[in-house]
Design a protein around this ligand. Structure first.
Ligand code: NAP
Length: 347
């Protein structure tokens, strides 16, 4: 219930959407702005942004049109989830110094009025688990992997699970969780270093380097009994190649299609979809926000694995709010190794 004395002297640097991109976003699609930091009103909190989650979904939010969430308006501060520290509070549920996770957006300070607290998804976090972990395994990507794999995929011990984007944020949770549930896990990732990491560090059974090797041959070699669950993060040709290898009763989780997000032509759909018919298989989409009420259950289970050392959380942290336009692009050229996090300020 108090404010830092220097609050009135603080300036909030922000990154706003200037225009809608065609293809890959460029610097011209963004505007840097600043405004004074203001005290929260009754029931509100002011959060200093420490780390932001950079997500492939941001590319979709920059587009006009209907989706599972409204587009970011031109001129608005770019939407982003993040973790931060409460620096002023008029709300008894949050004290100055508390670490929180919330929709903070791409800016240094986020004022959350009382009426927007629920919408912001704010909750207190334990920083001792690692701030960036709360944007990865214990954050939105981890929740996506957890509910996508367990609720939609319903894995059974001994089944073969294939996950694309294997070394990324969602992929690392999916593969590790599938191993913990007794499955055989085959990743698909770009480059030898990422493939080596998921096998040697995360315990995947195999990983196919889609940039340098033949994915069809890799699937044949590593999934001799077929694919029971395919967790699809990339769409496009890889989805088609896996569809050709699914087993009877397979489940395909459509989590994302990053290979298609910057297309200037229509999204490429799967040509091999009749494999679903032949194999009595199902393909189902997931939107993580539908599971928000059950996040505490997933966080508790995933945190227990992290604390026990049976799961790892790897983040790729880039420093500096101003680097946002270029840093975001790392997701689309595969330069991120682990969950991409933008560090806005040290704790
Ligand atoms: N449905 C939901 O609720 C939900 C929630 C969160 C995320 N998602 C989706 O899940 C997917 C993964 O997200 P993430 O946050 O975990 O990202 P990420 O995997 O950490 O980063 C993106 C990765 O995608 C790979 N990639 C980029 N372009 C590609 C291409 N053309 N073909 C194949 N792979 C490509 C790159 O890895 P390589 O180096 O291996 O190519 C890159 O590192 C995305 O599609 C995202 O939209 C969905």
């Amino acid at each position: 219930m108090s404010a830092l004395p220097a609050l009135a002297e603080l300036t909030n640097h922000q990154i706003r959407l200037a225009s809608r991109p065609v293809g890959l976003p460029t610097r011209a699609n963004w505007n840097n702005t600043c405004e004074p930091v203001v005290e929260p009103g009754r029931g509100g909190v002011l959060v200093k942004t420490l780390c932001l989650s950079l997500d492939p979904a941001m590319r979709g939010w920059m587009n006009e049109g209907k989706s599972y969430i409204a587009p970011v308006e031109i001129g608005a501060v770019m939407r982003a989830g993040g973790v931060g520290r409460v620096i002023a509070s008029q709300n008894p549920a949050f004290a100055v110094g508390d670490h929180v996770s919330a929709g903070l957006d791409v800016q240094e300070y986020c004022l959350i009025p009382q009426e927007q607290l629920k919408r912001s998804g704010i909750f207190k976090i334990d920083p001792s688990l690692g701030l960036s972990t709360w944007l990865n395994v214990l954050g939105m990507p981890g929740m996506t992997g957890y509910f996508g794999l367990l609720d939609v995929g319903q894995p059974k011990p001994g089944e073969t699970v294939v996950v694309s984007g294997a070394a990324g944020a969602v992929g690392q949770t999916v593969g590790q969780l599938a191993k913990l549930k007794g499955c055989r896990v085959v990743g698909i990732a770009g480059g030898q270093a990422k493939c080596d990491w998921v096998v040697k560090e995360l315990g995947f059974d195999a990983c196919i380097d889609y940039k340098n090797t033949d994915v069809r041959a890799g699937l044949k070699e590593h999934c001799p009994q077929g694919v029971d669950i395919y967790f699809d993060n990339v769409g496009g040709d890889i989805l088609d190649m896996v569809l050709a290898k699914i087993s009877r009763g397979a489940r395909i989780i459509i989590c994302g299609a990053i290979s298609q997000y910057n297309n200037t032509t229509p999204v490429k759909g799967p040509a091999n979809y009749l494999s679903l018919l032949v194999n009595r298989a199902r393909m189902e989409g997931i939107v993580v926000f539908d599971y928000a009420e059950r996040y505490p259950q997933a966080i508790a289970e995933l945190a227990s694995y992290l604390l026990a050392g049976s799961m790892k959380s790897k983040e790729d942290v880039v420093v500096g709010l101003d680097t946002f336009p270029e840093t975001l692009l790392k997701l689309f050229n595969g330069e991120n190794f682990g969950k991409l996090v933008l560090q806005v300020a040290p704790d």
